[in-house]
Design a protein around this ligand. Structure first.
Ligand SMILES: [Zn+2]
Ligand SMILES: [Zn+2]
Length: 780
C-alpha cells in the first residue's frame, strides 16, 4: 500500500502499523472531504426562526435541510436520510416550528428511540426560546404532577414509541385536544425501527394515525434516518404512507483515512507463553486462539492514540468487550505514565443516564481522551468531531459502520478510522474484499409489519383503544383480517355489527422491544445499588447463577437470577476464571412456505419450532484459557416459533463428493457456522440475531440438513432474505472458508463463538465439499 499524502491521520496510521512485525493493514481507503452547500432560508419561514437559529450559530441551512423542510411544510411526508452530524434536526424543526408560530393552536409530536435523545432534542428546541411553543418531554420519568399540564399546554411533546404505545394511545381521551390539532409527527433515528421492534412501531404509528383521524387530524410525518438503502420504501413500510426521500448530504465533512486492519496470526501453541493473558470477553474466548484478538489489538491502538493526545472513540460490539478494551488500555497507559490511564473510560447502554452524561461531557471537554463504547453511542448525541475512531469488529451492517466512522472528523480537519477485524468469517472476508465495504451501497432497513406475532397483539391494542371497523383493517395492512379472525376465535375480540370489541377489562400486555421480555436489573446485594440492566434475551447467558459480570472494569459474581422479578443479585468478586454459558437446541419443521428442488439438493423456507435451554456453564482460567469445570444450571427452556431457511443433500451426493459418512456431521456443522457468519452480508442482521442447527439426518427432512433460523418469534425477515439470495450467500460462505489461511478451521472460518457444542465436530475441508455440491446444483 502506497501512502501518497502526508497528513496527521496518515502519519498516525504509519506509526501505528509500524509497531509490530508484519503489516496488519490490508487496505487504506481515502474518504475525501466535502464542501458544504448552503441554501437561503425558505421564504415561508417566519423571521423569528432564522433569528433564533442564528443565535445558536446556524447562519443558513444546508441545501438538503432546506429541501426536506420545504417538502414537509408543503404537506408531503418526507424522510431525510443523511450521514452522522449532517444536521437532520433542522430539517424537521424548521417546518414544525414555522407551523407552530403561524398557527397558535397547532401541535407537534416528536418520537425518539431513547429517552436520552428526546431529552437532548428538548434542550435544542427549548434553547430557541420561541414564544408559545412550550416544548416538554413526556416519558416514564415525567412526574405525575406535570403530566396534565403537558397534555393541556405543551405544543411540542417529545416522547418515545414505548410511551406512545403504553401511555398516550390508551389515554387518547385525555390527549384529544392535542391529537385534534396535531400538525407534524417527527420520527427521529427511524433506522433503529427495524426487525421485530420496527414492525411493532409500524403498528403503533398506524394506531396513532387512526386516533388522529377519529379527531379529524391527518398530521404530516417527517422522518430522520442514518444513511440507509432505499429509505423511501422503509419509511413507507414504517408509516404506511407515501414518503419522499431526501438523501443527498450537502453538509461539509472532514476527510477520513479509513484503514482495514487484520490482527496477526499467532505462532502455533503460543497461547500459554503469550505476554498478555486472554481476557474474559464473552466473545471468542472459548476458541483456540489463532489470531491476536481484536480486543487486545484495539486496546493497544487506543492506548497508542491516547498517548499521542489524539481524542479517540473505540466501538466494541459486546459490553464485556468494551470493559476489557478500556481496562487494558488504562493498564498500558499507566505502565507508561502513572495516572495517564485515567484519561480512558468505558461506555455502554446498560449504564444509568447520569453515568452516560458524565462520560459524554468528559470526552467533549477533553478530560477524557479515549472512550471504549458499545454501539449504545450510535444514538448518543453530539459526540462527533473525534480525531480517531477505532471499530473493533465489523458492526454487522455497512450502515452502522459508516455511522460509527462518521464520528470521526471535524470540518476542515482530517481524521482516522480503523476497522479491526475480529477472528470471524465475515470480518476476515471483509478485510480481504474491501469492495464489499467501500464499493457496496448501505443496506435497506428490514421490517415486516405483516408478521402475525406482531400484527395480532397490535390489533388487540388498537381494539382496546376503540373498536376496530372493516375500514381499519386496510390501515393495518396484509394479514389484518386473518389476525382479527384469530383473535375472535381465541376469545380476545368479540364481533358485533358495529365492529370488533376488546373483551377484557385490562389492556393487552404487549412489549414493543420484542420477545426478550423486560430487561433484567443487575443489583448489588450488599448495597441495593442498581448497577445497570441486561436485555431479557441475553440474561440467561450473562446473569446465570455463578456468572462473572463486569461493570466499569469491576468484576461481580451473580448470586441469584430471579426471573419472576427480573433482577439479578451480584456481589463484588474478582475470581481468576471467566464463565461461558452453554445451551442445547431442538428444532422441528412446522410448515414449508417455499422450496427449490435441485436434484440431490433441496432449499427450503418455512416455519419451525425451536426449543433452547441454557443448561450449563464452563469456568475457565483467565490466564491460560484452561477449563476448570462445567457446572449444571437449572434455567427454564425457551420456545420460539420462527422462520428458517434450510438445505438438504442426498447421502449419495455427499459420498460422491468425497465426504466420508463419519465426517458428515462435522462437514454440515462447519458449513452451518460459516453460513451464519456470512448472512449479515445479505441482510440487516448480525449473527446474534440468527441461530442454526445441523444434523446428519433430521427426522422431519430425513436427510443431512443445515438449518438457519431467525432468532425472533415469527421471524424478522432474515431467513427470508437468506432464501432469496441463497446462491450468492452460500458462494460467499464457501469462498470465506476456502480463502482462510488456517489449516483445520479457526474462528475466521468455521468456528463459532456461540456454538452450543463447543465447536465439535467441525471439518473445514468437508464443509467446502458440502457447499460445492449445493452450489453446483442450485440455480443461481
Ligand atoms: Zn480458518
Ligand atoms: Zn455449532
Amino acid at each position: 500500500m502506497q501512502d501518497v499524502t502526508s497528513s496527521p491521520p496518515v502519519d498516525l496510521l504509519r506509526r501505528l502499523r509500524a509497531r509490530g512485525a508484519g503489516d496488519p493493514v490490508t487496505h487504506v481507503e481515502r474518504v475525501p472531504a466535502r464542501v458544504g452547500v448552503p441554501a437561503p432560508w425558505p421564504a415561508w419561514a417566519p423571521p423569528e426562526l432564522p433569528a433564533a437559529f442564528a443565535r445558536r450559530g446556524v447562519v443558513a441551512p444546508w441545501q438538503h435541510q432546506a429541501e426536506a423542510a420545504t417538502l414537509a411544510y408543503e404537506g408531503g411526508h418526507v424522510i431525510v436520510a443523511t450521514g452522522t452530524a449532517s444536521g437532520k434536526s433542522l430539517a424537521y424543526q424548521l417546518p414544525a416550528l414555522a407551523t407552530l408560530l403561524a398557527d397558535p393552536r397547532a401541535t407537534v409530536l416528536y418520537l425518539a428511540p431513547t429517552k436520552a435523545l428526546a431529552a437532548d432534542q428538548l434542550r435544542a428546541v427549548a434553547g430557541l426560546e420561541l414564544e408559545g411553543v412550550r416544548p416538554a418531554c413526556y416519558d416514564g420519568d415525567t412526574p405525575r404532577a406535570e403530566r396534565e399540564w403537558i397534555r393541556r399546554h405543551s405544543r411540542f411533546v417529545l416522547t418515545n414509541p414505548d410511551m406512545l404505545h403504553h401511555g398516550i394511545l390508551p389515554g387518547h381521551a385525555q390527549w384529544s385536544g392535542f391529537l385534534r390539532r396535531l400538525a407534524y409527527v417527527v420520527i427521529d433515528e427511524c433506522h433503529t425501527y427495524r426487525g421485530v421492534f420496527g414492525s411493532h412501531v409500524a403498528h403503533v404509528l398506524r394506531r396513532l394515525r387512526r386516533q388522529c383521524a377519529r379527531f379529524g387530524a391527518s398530521p404530516v410525518f417527517v422522518l430522520a434516518s442514518a444513511t440507509s438503502g432505499d429509505p423511501a420504501t422503509a419509511a413507507t413500510r414504517l408509516t404506511g404512507l407515501p414518503v419522499t426521500a431526501v438523501t443527498e448530504d450537502t453538509s461539509p465533512r472532514g476527510g477520513v483515512t479509513f484503514a482495514l486492519w487484520e490482527p496477526p496470526l499467532l505462532p502455533p501453541d503460543s497461547g500459554s507463553s503469550s505476554p498478555v493473558p486472554p481476557q474474559p470477553t464473552g466473545d471468542h474466548d472459548d476458541l483456540r486462539q489463532v489470531r491476536r484478538s481484536a480486543l487486545r489489538e484495539t486496546a493497544d491502538l487506543l492506548a497508542d492514540t491516547v498517548a499521542e493526545g489524539v481524542r479517540t472513540l473505540a466501538f466494541v460490539r459486546s459490553r464485556k468487550g468494551a470493559e476489557v478494551v478500556a481496562a487494558n488500555a488504562r493498564r498500558a497507559l499507566d505502565d507508561a505514565v502513572p495516572g495517564l490511564g485515567d484519561r480512558v473510560a468505558a461506555y455502554r447502554g446498560g449504564y444509568l443516564r447520569e453515568e452516560r452524561r458524565e462520560l459524554e461531557r468528559a470526552l467533549l471537554h477533553g478530560d477524557l481522551l479515549g472512550l471504549a463504547s458499545t454501539n449504545a453511542l450510535e444514538l448518543g448525541v453530539d459526540l462527533v468531531g473525534l480525531d480517531a475512531v477505532l471499530i473493533c469488529g465489523y458492526p454487522g451492517t455497512r450502515a452502522s459502520l459508516w455511522q460509527q466512522a462518521g464520528r470521526a472528523g471535524r470540518s476542515g480537519q482530517e481524521a482516522l478510522a480503523v476497522l479491526v477485524a475480529r477472528d470471524d468469517p465475515l470480518d476476515t472476508y471483509l478485510v480481504h474484499h474491501p469492495e464489499a465495504i467501500f464499493g457496496a451501497p448501505v443496506e435497506a432497513t428490514v421490517l415486516d409489519p405483516a408478521n402475525p406475532y406482531v400484527l395480532a397483539p397490535q390489533l388487540a391494542c388498537a381494539a382496546a383503544e376503540a373498536p376496530l371497523t372493516p375500514a381499519d383493517l386496510a390501515l393495518f395492512g396484509d394479514g389484518a383480517k386473518e389476525a382479527v379472525d384469530e383473535l375472535v376465535a381465541t376469545g380476545a375480540l368479540r364481533q358485533r355489527p358495529t365492529g370488533w370489541y376488546w373483551r377484557h377489562r385490562e389492556r393487552p400486555e404487549v412489549d414493543l422491544r420484542g420477545e426478550g421480555g423486560a430487561p433484567v436489573c443487575v443489583v448489588e446485594s450488599a448495597t441495593g445499588r442498581l448497577l445497570g440492566t441486561v436485555d431479557g434475551g441475553s440474561s440467561h447467558f450473562l446473569l446465570h447463577p455463578g456468572a462473572v459480570y463486569l461493570h466499569q472494569g469491576v468484576s461481580y459474581v451473580v448470586d441469584e437470577l430471579d426471573l419472576a422479578d427480573g433482577c439479578a443479585l451480584v456481589h463484588v468478586e474478582e475470581p481468576d476464571w471467566s464463565t461461558h454459558a452453554r445451551d442445547v437446541t431442538d428444532l422441528s419443521v412446522m410448515s414449508v412456505r417455499s422450496y427449490v428442488d435441485a436434484g440431490p439438493v433441496g432449499m427450503f423456507l418455512g416455519e419451525v419450532d425451536v426449543t433452547s435451554q441454557v443448561v450449563s456453564y464452563q469456568r475457565r482460567r483467565i490466564a491460560t484459557g484452561e477449563v476448570i469445570d462445567t457446572r449444571p444450571l437449572d434455567l427454564p427452556a425457551r420456545e420460539l416459533r420462527t422462520v428458517a431457511v434450510w438445505f438438504t443433500l442426498s447421502e449419495q451426493s455427499l459420498t460422491s463428493a468425497g465426504v466420508q459418512p463419519a465426517d458428515v456431521p462435522g462437514a454440515l456443522h462447519a458449513a452451518e457456522h460459516a453460513a451464519i457468519g456470512l448472512l449479515p452480508l445479505m441482510a440487516t442482521c448480525d449473527r446474534w440475531d440468527i441461530g442454526g442447527l445441523s444434523t446428519a439426518v433430521h427426522p422431519d427432512t430425513e436427510a443431512p440438513t443445515v438449518f438457519v433460523y431467525d432468532g425472533h418469534p415469527g421471524g424478522a425477515g432474515f431467513a427470508e432474505r437468506a432464501y432469496g439470495t441463497a446462491s450468492a450467500w452460500l458462494r460467499a460462505t464457501r469462498d470465506a472458508i476456502a480463502e482462510c489461511g488456517c489449516e483445520a478451521g479457526c474462528p475466521s472460518c468455521v468456528q463459532s463463538p456461540k456454538c452450543g457444542n463447543g465447536n465439535n465436530p467441525l471439518s473445514k475441508p468437508d464443509a467446502i465439499r458440502v457447499l460445492d455440491v449445493v452450489l453446483r446444483n442450485l440455480p443461481s
